[in-house]
Design a binder for this molecule. Structure first.
Ligand code: HEM
Length: 391
């Protein structure tokens, strides 16, 4: 079904877009939530009502035509496309399970145990664990992917609360430059590519920066939500602990997918239409920007079954869910290249924690309502966890 009803409104703030979005989603009802926000060249925005299948359709479109998140300048676009392709080539070996180093699981388990010790100490003094989770994720990227160590003094520069301040981002890039000069296998490869492909100076630093920034905030939001869901569902902790040494971990995997389904860290993805005729039934023509909201696709009862608003990991074990329907990491040519790392580190951390202690909340934690065009990291609350040691 391609419903092309659309509502136009003047260019406004993100908050205004959110308000319009909320009003329209309530008005059209649950089965009709494949909504896109279109930025039109005349400065207006339009909200288009469609079905959720269109989300995957837009994401899947190949980069040569259809949608591509780039400005309409051929030279810039070609340069950017080349840069992304090279970045993928260099990073893929570090981020794909079949190429990942054999020690990565052991390293993540060790970092998880350090996390647990600090978590216990944080609970004793009544501190929330949010920054600890951010530091866990950053440590994993630096140690396991970049192959370097980040000091305690440098760590705050990579926390999302500080990143908003540009001067901190500047300091973070100084740390990255230092690490680039350490000649880790990844930095050698990036610098070699920068030179061999005649790319602009600083390309390698930019790629490492994007790797850390794309991977840290998203994964820490994910892990914060996973720990909160775990503390809220104590009966699931023993199912996760039971899978600690098993070859496959179907329940832990289902649990994590359900966390991402209900609390996707990335809520919107934008693309620019490269051609007039790709999506014209929605009034989207060349040059228009389309902002997709991933949430409706992750709450489609046709795909995920009834009671989509409920946290029920077993749904993943009871029905076959197509991979194209699981879109918290995007889909198609730009699908997240860090998705395996994010799933792996969350799985190892949860299994380690559940095997050592029972986790509970020491103060209320309200799960964010992400059924609007918000940004997940901004709506995360402080998470206070307590551990009761096992046996
Ligand atoms: C739960 C954690 C994560 C979530 C939810 C997430 C989500 C996403 C999404 C939705 C996209 C696609 C954007 C688009 O289509 O325009 C993306 C792209 C990307 N992600 Fe992730 N991500 C996560 C973790 C990571 C990690 C751990 C890394 C690296 C260490 C990473 C690196 C990247 C990069 C480099 C891209 C750009 C790929 C491209 O444009 O071709 N992400 N991510």
């Amino acid at each position: 079904m391609h419903d092309c009803s659309s509502i136009e409104f003047d260019q406004g703030t993100w908050e205004k877009a959110q308000q319009v979005y909320t009003i329209v989603t309530q008005a059209v009802g649950a089965e009709h939530k494949g909504l896109f926000l279109v930025n039109k060249p005349d400065g207006k925005k339009a909200l288009v009502v469609g079905d959720t299948a269109n989300i995957a359709r837009v994401l899947k479109s190949p980069t040569e035509f259809g949608f591509y998140g780039l400005p309409d300048d051929k030279q810039w676009r070609d340069g950017f496309a080349k840069s992304i392709k090279l970045m993928h080539q260099v990073l893929m070996p570090a981020l794909m399970p079949r190429f990942m180093s054999s020690s990565i699981r052991t390293d993540i388990a060790e970092i998880s145990r350090d996390f647990f010790r600090e978590m216990v100490a944080f609970a004793e003094v009544g501190k929330p664990v949010n920054t600890l989770i951010e530091d866990f994720v950053t440590t994993v990227i630096f140690k396991c992917i970049i192959g370097s160590k980040i000091s305690n003094e440098e760590m705050p520069l990579f926390r999302s609360s500080q990143k908003a301040d540009l001067s901190e981002t500047g300091q973070a890039s100084t740390v990255i430059s230092r690490i680039l000069n350490e000649q880790t296998p990844l930095s050698v490869e990036l610098l070699k590519t920068e030179k061999a492909e005649n790319l602009y100076e600083g390309w390698a630093i930019e790629q490492l920066m994007s790797l850390v920034f794309a991977g840290a905030g998203t994964t820490s939001t994910f892990i914060t939500m996973a720990l909160a869901r775990m503390a809220l569902n104590p009966e699931m902790q023993s199912l996760i602990a039971a899978e600690k040494n098993a070859e496959a971990a179907p329940f832990t995997d289902a649990f994590l997918k359900e966390v991402l389904r209900l609390n996707p860290p990335v809520l919107t993805i934008s693309r620019e239409a490269l051609e007039d005729n790709f999506f014209e039934e929605f009034g989207v023509s060349k040059g228009m920007e389309v902002i997709l909201n991933l949430y409706p696709g992750l709450n489609d009862t046709n795909v995920f079954g009834a009671h989509c608003d409920q946290f029920a990991p077993e749904r993943w074990l009871q029905r076959k869910i197509e991979s194209s329907a699981f879109i918290p990491f995007g889909y198609g040519p730009h699908i997240c290249i860090g998705r395996h790392l994010a799933m792996m580190e969350a799985s190892i951390l949860l299994k380690e924690l559940c095997s050592m202690a029972e986790l509970s909340l020491t103060s209320g934690f309200e799960l964010p309502n992400v059924e609007h065009l918000g940004r997940a990291t901004e709506i995360i609350q402080p998470l206070f966890l307590k551990s009761t040691f096992k046996g």
